[in-house]
Design a protein around this ligand. Structure first.
Ligand code: SF4
Length: 347
């Protein structure tokens, strides 16, 4: 990550890991399957909270079957980080605000150095080191906390470092990361901490991350939401698309619906959103409620569907290719999508 690589999208598993009884445990394979689905959606790195040694053992089993790089998130007890590094994990995240004495960080770094595992110094505005809690400038406090840990790691010639400076206020996130990027070469993982529910969280993350990413600050992102991992990944893709003005795979255009709608665009988008975002294709899809703006938008999309009285019309590259009943909208849309993807793949 960093050093010119494309910005990667992360999410974090939202539930405790079960104590798997062995490699055949169904729950293990269920989680691995969910990770596969998140990967198809566009997630590239997944982090797990590891609050105790049992969770470290569970993470170890998962790391051997996961299709995605796994990060161990450690608070308080450095021995859990040491145990996690016995398994094929991709990174350890430690929080200097609560890991305690410097010698504990040194033990973690020594093992990480030995195993070639990167360490993320994860600074969080909610858990700054005690002596920095009263610092009125939160951006500076976060930078100071990161600097301390970097100095410890650098004194051991450890440079496989990622840093995150997560705060709750977008302006402060921007300033903290700008200050850091002006001073250090290490890759930054970006995010707004405790960003809130879906809408508030996406808005706050967009406000903070887009200006940073436009300045080429940031190697990975996580859009923390009080919502699903799937929404976090979709939000990450949309934010990256805002930054490069391009498209992260699928682009969905859909109308807000109004009293003219003869087709429930909200329900259709809810049913199709994850399926569409999981496609490995750069196409645009328009979902419109009626003939006022529907045909116009649908014509500009690779594939479009719009309500038209008791029917729906399906457009492909500007041409109407189907008219069908609303009840058959999903199956007709699926068929046209399949044929479009076949054509896209063939070309
Ligand atoms: S496309 Fe039709 S239903 Fe959708 S918002 Fe516009 S006028 Fe309303």
């Amino acid at each position: 990550m960093g050093h010119g690589w494309p910005v990667s999208i992360q999410t974090m598993w939202k539930d405790p890991l079960p104590n798997f009884y062995g490699p055949d445990d169904e729950r293990l394979h269920k989680i691995a399957k969910k990770i596969d689905a998140l990967k198809a959606l566009g997630c590239q790195i997944i982090r797990f909270a590891v609050p105790n040694i049992e969770a470290a053992e569970a993470l170890g089993m998962l790391a051997s079957v996961s299709s995605m790089p796994i990060v161990a998130d450690i608070h308080f007890d450095w021995r859990i980080a040491l145990r996690c590094m016995d398994f094929p994990i991709a990174k350890v995240r430690i929080n200097p605000g609560n890991i305690g004495a410097e010698w504990k960080v040194r033990e973690v770094a020594a093992k990480a150095l030995d195993k070639g595992i990167p360490i993320r110094i994860g600074i969080n505005g909610g858990s700054l080191p005690k002596d920095l809690e009263g610092e009125p400038d939160r951006a500076l406090a976060a930078l100071k906390a990161a600097t301390r840990e970097i100095e410890v790691l650098e004194s051991m010639h450890f440079s496989n470092i990622v840093v995150s400076l997560k705060l709750n206020n977008p302006e402060t996130v921007i300033r903290a990361n700008e200050l850091f990027a002006a001073q250090y070469p290490y890759p930054l993982h970006l995010g707004v901490t405790e960003a809130g529910p879906l809408v508030a969280g996406v808005v706050r993350n967009t406000a903070a991350l887009v200006p940073l990413l436009k300045k080429k600050i940031g190697a990975t992102i996580r859009i923390s939401l009080s919502d699903t991992m799937e929404q976090e990944v979709i939000a990450g893709k949309e934010i990256l698309a805002c930054v490069d003005g391009g498209q992260q795979g699928i682009r969905i255009v859909s109308c807000p619906r109004c009293g003219r709608a003869s087709f429930d665009t909200h329900a259709f988008v809810a049913r199709w959103s994850e399926r569409l975002y999981s496609l490995n294709a750069r196409i645009s899809v328009a979902v419109m409620g009626c003939v006022v703006n529907g045909p116009g938008e649908a014509r500009h999309a690779d594939l479009g569907i719009t309500g038209a009285g008791n029917s729906v019309l399906i457009f492909k590259h500007g041409e109407i290719v189907r008219r069908t009943d609303v009840q058959n909208a999903d199956s007709a849309f699926q068929e046209e999508l399949n044929s479009l993807l076949g054509a896209t793949t063939a070309s």
